[in-house]
Design a protein around this ligand. Structure first.
Ligand code: TLP
Length: 344
């Protein structure tokens, strides 16, 4: 059987041997009753890594973001989001569905919203208007090809939020990729947000789960929301055990993913149909527009698949993501497939 190299997402990563062992040996209890020592250890570790008071283990990044928005907002309010953000486009409208607030999407430069623009879009008190209460930022920014938000931008957002009494929530699904690429400690990013969600199940390779961290009272209320959303899990230390390995052992290797993404991007940029600026690839996500005289996006993806290379179609573009389960040979195979398909 032909080998498959799966570049669709870093969510496809399988747990490591060490994770499986930790899972098998995990001490567990009923976490809804507050009895699971492994979950408690993971929540404390996550909070400590981000310099926050408390942490909450959630089944998915989407639930973590949903709980954050629900906890920071009330009805009749509005949330400033970046136009291409995951929280706005890819989370099944939970802002309106669960929190009953409206998102206000703003354009950006590679995921970084202009602080003046944010300030102009904060609503003045008026009975007709929603009240702005929250700003959401995404770091790294998935749909901007894994761009790292500049620290100065986040600092400027913080200043505006404080001036207007707003909260800042960071969708840091890939915050460790951001820290790895920029050299900025993740605590420094987290300090500029009131709450952070980050995923264990992406580049860090845990099978399931994300963390929400923030002030203790925020997490206490968030725990109630998690229960209301059906996210209270019982002997879930069995999963949290893998999360602890993810946080303690899997961060350092993310730089390899970034190197591979850069090498792949540099090799395929400039091939017929591939509209890609290799210098824009900062982390593990490559997104490019594809427009070829002979091949549609679907046809090109099918040709790649015939050669054992899986990539994802996005609106107008194609995404390849590097992660633990693609190595240098997978990258070589992908480059060879691109060259072969696009040769003439
Ligand atoms: N992203 C997934 C898909 O939903 C597209 C992926 O393959 O990249 N924030 C960001 C920035 C994300 O990229 C994702 C997942 C989430 C939140 C949601 O996490 P999950 O999938 O655990 O709900």
């Amino acid at each position: 059987m032909m080998k498959t190299s799966d570049f669709r997402s870093d969510t496809v990563t399988k747990p490591t041997e060490k994770m499986r062992r930790a899972m098998a040996e995990a001490e567990v209890g009923d976490d809804v009753l507050g009895d699971d020592p492994t979950v408690q250890k993971l929540e404390a570790l996550a909070a400590e890594k981000m310099g926050k008071e408390a942490g909450l283990y959630v089944p998915s990044g989407t639930m973590g973001n949903s709980i954050a928005v629900k906890t920071w907002t009330r009805e009749l309010e509005e949330v400033i989001v970046e136009a291409r953000s995951h929280i706005y486009n890819m989370e099944s409208t939970h802002m309106t569905f669960i929190s009953r607030v409206t998102p206000r999407p703003l354009a950006s430069r590679r995921g970084a919203m202009n602080p003046d623009d944010i300030e102009k879009n904060i609503r003045k008190p008026n009975v007709h208007l929603p009240r702005t209460s929250l700003i959401c930022v995404e770091n790294t920014h998935n749909n901007w090809s894994g761009a790292v938000l500049p620290l100065e931008n986040l600092q400027a957002v913080r200043v505006i939020a404080d001036r207007h009494g707003l909260r800042v929530h960071m969708d840091g699904a890939r915050i460790f990729n951001a820290g790895t690429a920029s050299g900025v400690p993740v605590k420094e990013y987290a300090r500029l947000a009131d709450s952070v969600m980050f995923c264990l199940s992406k580049g860090l390779s845990a099978p399931v789960g994300s963390m929400l961290v923030g002030p203790r009272d925020f997490i206490d209320y968030g725990r109630r929301i998690r229960k209301a959303l059906g996210g209270g899990m019982r002997q879930v230390g069995i999963l949290a055990a893998a999360g602890i390995v993810a946080l303690t052992e899997m961060v350092d290797r993310l730089k390899e993913d970034h190197q591979r993404a850069k090498r792949l991007a540099a090799a395929v940029a400039g091939l017929p149909g591939v509209d890609l600026e290799p210098a824009a690839i900062e982390t593990n996500i490559i997104i490019f527009n594809f427009s070829h005289p002979r091949l549609s996006v679907a046809e090109f993806l099918a040709e790649l698949k015939n050669r054992g290379i899986l990539a994802l179609a996005l609106t107008g573009g194609i995404r390849l993501v590097t992660h633990k389960d693609v190595d240098d040979q997978d990258v070589d195979r992908a480059i060879a497939a691109f060259r072969e398909i696009l040769a003439n």
